[in-house]
Structure formats: C-alpha cells, structure tokens
Design a protein around this ligand. Sequence first.
Ligand SMILES: [Zn+2]
Length: 499
Amino acid sequence: MSIIYYVWFPIIFEFILKLTCGLSEIWSIWAPCTMGVSLSLIFSILNERFLHKRFKIIKIIYLIFIYIPIYVNISHIILFNSEISTNSFMSVFETNLQESIEFVAHFYSLRFLLLTILFWAVGVVLFLLGCNWIRIEIQKKYLIAVIIVTYPIFCFGDHRYKFPFEKLLFSCIEYKQDSIRNKELLNQRMNLNFRNIKSLVGSNRRQTYIIVIGESVNKEHMSIYGSALKTTPNFDAIKNELKVFSNVRSAHCHTQKALKGMLCFDEDFANGDIVTFFNQADFKTFWFSNQYTSGNCDGLIAMIGSLADVKEFINKSHYRTKLSSNYDEKLLEYLRKALQDKAKKKIIFLHLMGSHLPYSKRYPPKFDLFKGKNNDKKITNIAQYNNSILYTDYILHNIIDLAKSLHHDAIVLYFSDHGEDVTEEPDSPHSHVESLSTPAMFDIPFIVWCSDEYKVINKKFIDSWIINKHYKTDKLIHSIIEISRLISDEFDKKQSIFG
Ligand SMILES: [Zn+2]
C-alpha cells in the first residue's frame, strides 16, 4: 500500500486545525489515521482494478466526497470554533439571502481566507502531482481487519470521528428529522389559544423579565446556599438584594423531561408552552441559547425557543461531542441588544450551558481558580465543577448589572434545569442519571432579583413570598406567569411558587 499525498493531506489538515482549536486531543490521532488508511486502501484496490483513465474519474469523486465535506467542516471550525452540526443546517435552511450576506460579512476573516487558499492550493498541487511517496508492504487482509474493527466507532460513536461526508449527511438528516417532528407537534396544536390573558399591573407599564435557565447546578456547591468555598462571590455580595428560595426541586433530572415540565402546561407541549403564552400576551419574546439544538435531550426545548420573536442558538457544536463553540458570556451580547429593543413589554430567556459535562470545558482559563490534584480524577472533577459555578456566578452578576440599568419593572429569575451529583463519595456519579436519582440531582438553585420599580408596584405580592416553601418545578410555568404579573384562565395560582 502506498501513502498517497492527496488522500492524506485534507485529513491531516483538518486534524491539525482541530488540535489547535482545542476540538481534538492528540491521542485521537487514531481517527484520522484509520480514515487515511481506509481511503488509501480503497485507492490501492481501485488503482489495481481500473484503467488509468477511469482512475481519474475516481479521483474526481474523491474530491467531491472528501475534499469538499472536509473543507465545509474546516470552514465551520474557523467560523464557529466547532465542527459541522445539526444547528449549522438550521442556520442554512432558516436564513434568507439578506441574512446570509450579513452573516458572511460578519464572520469573514483574513485567517479564513488564508486557510482556504492554503487548503485548496496545496490540495490541487498534490492532486496534479498525484505521486506516491513511501510504499509500505502490509498485507491487505490485516488492514481490512483494522478497518472492520474501527469502523463501527466512526458509524455509531462520537460525531467528531465520523467520515467527513458522513458527518455532513448525518447532521442534515438529523436536522430534517427534527423539522418534521417539530412541524407535526405544531400542527397538533394549531388552534391553541390562551383565554383571557390580563396584566395585573396594567399593560402600559414598561416591563422586562429575564429568565435564566441554568444547567446541572447543584446548589450545595454555591456559597450563596452555604457552601464553604466562595463559588458565588458576586451573589454573596448582593445577597440582600436577592430572594434565594431554599427548597426547590426539579421533577426530573434529565434536561428535556425537566424543562418540558417547567416550560409547558401539564408537562405536555400540546397544552401550550411559555413562549407561545407570552407571544399571545403581547410581549416581545426573546430566546438566546448556548445549548445544543437537536437530539432527544435538546430538540424539543430548542423548538420551544424557536417560537420566540427573536431567537439565536449560538452553540454550533453537535451534542455528541459534548463541546461548545462559545462560553456563556457570548449570550450577554445578545441580551444587551434585546434590552435596547424598543418594545414596551419583553420577556428574555437565556439558556446557559452552565455546568454541563465535561465541566472543564465550560469556563475560560481565568476562572480556573479551584485546583484539583494531579493523580485524583474525582477531586479534579469537583474543582472543575466549582469553577463552572464560579463562572455562572460571573455571568449572572453581569445579567443583573444590565437589568439594573433599565429603571423600569424588571426581574431576573435564575434556576437550574436539574441538579448534579458531584461529591467525593465513591458512588457519586458526577453526573445526573434518572435511574440513580440521588437528591443532589434534583435540588436546584432558585434565585430572584427585582428592580426597585418592580418592588414598589408589587410590594404586597413580594411580601407574600415564602422563600423556604417546598416546590417542585413541573408546574414552574405558573410561577413564570405570576412573576410577570399576568393571569389567564389557564393560570393556576396554587401551582406557583409565589402563590
Ligand atoms: Zn440538563
């Protein structure tokens, strides 16, 4: 078998780029190597079987199925710091021409141009030379055995290790499946209308409600809830300005189940969701998310978010990679813009990546305050989890600061979708798994900040809050409606934490 330059070049180019962008580790070099060996083997066999003339056609096919998908993926990495994903197709299919032009202009960079020229110039030269370098004498049967053993990993494993063409195809298929499911769900409730929605403070008041949905936060790791480690210094500093509810539990410990309950009436999308409710209440709705947008855990939540008047899903990574193309602070840019929007009544949802596994990927290096031990994975994991909480505290501090500048009726409500079991105990999974169901996976933070204007007009309402009330979040939609000072026939005060 020969090492063929133009076969290996795009594969190695992509791997080096992923390595430098932190999207791959050096040990995962097995993936491009297996891919290179597989493709070289196919080429060797085809070379032997076909005439030289026909082989040129095969090279063109290679260009289409390998070079172009790899180039698309490389472009995606340069533009979004993540590999191609379902979200990418969402951007392509749900964007009009004008938006696409603005988008390209916004992300265009010299680095992108230089890497594009480098990729195609070197690729084309190697194609024209078409020469073989080293001949390695390995019996083909051994190579075939290696490929048969490793190929299932490409097929069923991590999205990062799929073949380039396969990666594009899978993402596109997933996007189409999501679209069909979303359409069906929306068709089922086409005539959904909430009845008699009214504002308790009068519809002429300027109002901004910011709902921040956290991820996998165990309140026992927060100093505002008593943790000895100073993990929430910003919250601690404004403790007197906050209402910190102490007995809130999520009904489920998986994202979709938990959030479906929180954001839909009767835990069922068919009965209506929070975004549709506020749309019908004449609020301008905003949904900014740093979460994944497809798959069993995230697809439905992204669909609820996509019903908002203004929505942005900034995480372009595939959910199987467990990576994220942005830290949560990127959401602040979108929040700032939304706060400048002229609409009189606004509700803004921010869906954080929070403390989603792997914890070390959720915060920038300057938040690497708590240190683990080199040879103790569990301790290191806990330290990284605490760093992710520290970073979330910083994000929330920024959100509250922005809300403070509004000078009208405003609140920031923060809660986590579910908890996380992260202790030194030998059986602590450092995760959230419904089959284990430990209390730490359900106990969640629930914190409210209110503007002075809101406090004045709603004094009696706020005075009635019981902050140690036991509350399960499967009826949270009623709480969000009540804190936004709305009522309707569907609203049930008894189901609200504030009721
Ligand atoms: Zn979650």
